[in-house]
Design a protein around this ligand. Sequence first.
Ligand code: WT7
Length: 594
Amino acid sequence: MITMDPTANARDERIRKRPEDYPGANLSNYEDFIGKFAWDQARALLDGLPGGGLNIAYEAIDRHLKAGRGDKLALRWIARDAKIRDFTYSALGAQVNRFVNTLAEHGIRKGDRVFSLLGRVPELYFAALGTLKNGSVFSPLFSAFGPEPIKARMTIGQANALVTTEAFYRRKIEPWRKELASLEKVFLTECSANLPPDTIDLAAALAQASEVCETVQTLPEDMALLHFTSGTTGKPKGAIHVHEAVVAHNVTGKLALDFHPDDIFWCTADPGWITGTSYGIISPLTNGVTMVIDQAEFDAERWYRILQDQKVSVWYTAPTAIRMLMKTGADFAKRFDLSRLRLLASVGEPLNPEAVLWGMQAFGKPFHDNWWQTETGGIMITNFLAMDVKPGSMGRPLPGIAAGIVEHLEGGSVREITKPMAMGELALRPGWPSMMRGYLNEEARYKKCFVNGWYLTGDLAMRDSEGYYWFVGRADDVIKSSGHLIGPFEVESALMEHKAVAEAGVIGIPEPTAGEVVKAYVALKDGFTASEALRKELLGHARQRLGPAVAPKDIAFRQNLPKTRSGKIMRRLLKARELGLPEGDISTLESEER
Ligand code: WT7
């Protein structure tokens, strides 16, 4: 049984684990394990391709077929209407091959970029794996994006092909498609009888394609995935990941999610973000587990039913979802038979200590928080199954990962701080297989991430005397809303496109369920007056361009916005004022009078 240590101080509180809480765990003795771990061994767990090649899709599917595991259930897809479609590893492989042959037939080749804009539908999995097996680069987009974030990403990524639904295409892509010359092929799902010009009906194409194909020979350092992420300023950044990343996807699945062949795994992440690829596709499949995929959006009862009926054993979810479950109460959870659950994990945003403890009430097990980023490609820090959980802590670094807390010195260098619980920037020693290899066409922004041999994460954190890491906040102005990273600049730019807007400053404000929500401050051009009607118009404008997940939830008008002498809007000051916090160092503030 897992017991709680009833110490008063939250930081000292711990959920103790005993060997009977983690029978057969892949990592049962941390110190011992990290001492022996080497990435080469992790690499040896995979087959590779002849001649030193490596391909993610081959490791996820073909390797299992070769080993006679083709009849194992790979993917159980639960449609919105609760109908189920099952794919064994061989059935999934056949669909993936059809997709590869479809791409090839349409001239999409090695190195070409294939984007997806899809919900959780089987075609997403065929497309992701088929793209990789074809040697092309897969780039998933969030389906709640509006046309602008989609256009920006597909333009930066120079998309050659897109897989999306007919409805998304008509609404979000067709209006600007002609502006993107690289985009040769558009494959549509859920097609009407009336196919838009210059598009391909994916279902028809797959039906005609052969189920047999060879893996395109890719090398470990060939680009495989392009995942977009946001910074404080400038356009979204395309983080480049290579086929070698599969070494980390695979082994971190074993170590952080404790994958065993019999596991039934449910990752609730949206496929438009990296968690949905690294742990919603690649890691579970390379580990040969069965994954459950639910097409529908969050619904507490539906989720408990899935956990119960599908006998989910490892569940990977996010704080926003956990907080929504908490609202329905622990007693509700207890109405279901959730006895198969053996590991609950959470990622993407700070997980409140109360949420970890609520896991104990509702499931008899804590949530295991873990930390990583688009740039790191895989889990870097985690609360291991076989280790005491400290509620509020992100856990300890994975084997093969060297983390530290650094302070910034004058002149731009950094230095590690080893004093327990000293706050600084979370940094990692580069060199693990799933580390990004660059930001696409943004060498300078990429280089800026590395100082004195450290990769700087942009997060502020502390490490305690036992080596557990504690998240403090972001070092930059990037917003995390419902686990989705939102760049304030992208939102400000969309607002600035409106004829009434002179200046816009965008911040995240705390909200109990989503963690943060987007709020915009707007100064109007001369000749425009603030009114409720204009506020609504601006909200509508932003929503239409950016999509509901990115658009501000609230807009406030200001005479002018606080700026530095060099003209940069001081988002931090907007935030401090919004929250009634001290304004901090305002020595660079330009006078706000006009
Ligand atoms: C940022 C990365 C999680 C991988 C996919 C999303 C925040 C992530 C935690 C956590 C507190 C967390 C950080 C990080 N974050 N995990 N356990 N506790 N904050 O990757 O969209 O690139 O976001 O999410 O700020 O830098 P991402």
